[in-house]
Design a protein around this ligand. Structure first.
Ligand code: PEP
Ligand code: MN
Length: 337
């Protein structure tokens, strides 16, 4: 249920309503909008007494939330959510650009990448220290040593650090170094991990599972929001289809669809979405044209010798050109990039 408060409702009336919702055994999420405050009453709906809530002081109306995801829904919050984490701002007219190598390999590699992507206009640095690899024999990441190198790169450039956490037991460690916790495609439905990142004060980049529906993605985001973390970015990174000319199939209608259904910002990953460097620049620009609030792209000082995902990584020069292209599209749309 959504309890819509009157425009003139006082903070005390909102507080009293929260207590009333909680006394019914429901969770109350207060969303303060530009025009009105709404309180999402989340829980087993059968227990909800619409009339009892409606009679509360300062209440304008009580309406059911039709979507299966609740706090993530546009029904609850009409204004787009802007997520901020250090140097990174994503959403509500500002396009954030997260760039860097797939994996952190050496201090020199991550530092040179950070400096290059910053010079080209990126607003955050990516780099995996814990890598979820398909094969157990592939490079698994430098773990805490890699996190330390990311922190060094942040110190040198001021760029916020976006890095993946693959297990609930690593969340505290990764959160000590990261500005944004990335939950990877393979973990989109790891509900204990979603709850764990939901319990931190770090922003979260939630990637779509390659075979997950958008409803499943939104319900995964709901786990994080419901655990008390409002700073969630959704990421389209391509899905598995019968098509084999690309590593995954990158559906850009996702951006438009998600904007209709949720207030959360939408980021696109054209690197994993295509799996080929030469396809990335135009798909990045197309993502911006579709209304993406952010981009995450793989950039490496020497893609041919990268320890992971070199075939889809851009050189510094290619990234610079991609940023130029994306900036033209953003400018045409009246957005900042
Ligand atoms: C990555 O960002 O390097 C990664 C592993 O992405 P995904 O989870 O989308 O495969
Ligand atoms: Mn990768």
């Amino acid at each position: 249920m959504i309890v819509v408060m009157k425009q003139e409702a006082t903070p005390q009336e909102v507080e009293r309503m929260v207590e009333r919702i909680e006394s019914l055994g429901l969770k109350a999420h207060v969303i303060v909008g530009a025009e009105r405050t709404v309180i999402a009453a989340i829980g087993d709906d059968r227990k909800t007494h619409k009339e009892s809530l409606e009679s509360g002081q300062g209440v304008a109306e009580v309406v059911p939330i039709l979507a299966p995801y609740k706090v993530a829904s546009r029904e609850v919050k009409r204004e787009p959510t802007q997520v901020k984490a250090g140097s990174l701002t994503v959403g509500n007219g500002t396009i954030g650009v997260i760039a860097g190598p797939c994996s952190v390999e050496t201090e020199e590699q991550i530092l040179s990448s950070a400096k290059a992507v910053k010079a080209a206009g990126a607003t955050a640095l990516r780099g995996g220290a814990f890598k979820p690899r398909t094969s157990p024999y592939s490079f698994q990441g430098l773990k805490e040593d890699g996190l330390k190198m990311l922190a060094t790169a942040r110190e040198a450039t001021g760029l916020a650090v976006v890095t993946e956490v693959v297990a609930s037991e690593d969340v505290d460690l990764v959160a000590r170094y990261a500005d944004v916790l990335q939950v990877g495609a393979r973990n989109m439905q790891n509900y204990r991990l979603l709850e764990a990142v939901g319990g931190t004060d770090r922003a979260v980049l939630l990637k779509r599972g390659p075979s997950a529906t958008l409803e499943e993605l939104l319900l995964a985001a709901e786990y994080i929001l419901n655990a008390g973390n409002p700073n969630v970015m959704l990421c389209e990174r391509g899905i598995r289809t019968f098509e084999a000319h690309t590593r995954f199939t990158l559906p850009l209608a996702t951006v438009v669809y998600l904007h209709a259904k949720t207030h959360l910002p939408v980021v696109v990953d054209p690197s994993h979405g295509t799996g080929h460097t030469y396809l990335v620049p135009q798909m990045a620009a197309a993502s911006v044209a579709a209304g993406a609030d952010g981009l995450i792209m793989e950039v490496h000082p020497d893609p041919a010798n990268a320890l992971s995902d070199g075939y889809q990584s851009m050189t510094f020069k290619q990234f610079d050109e991609t940023m130029e292209l994306c900036r033209k599209v953003a400018t045409a749309l009246g957005k900042k990039l």
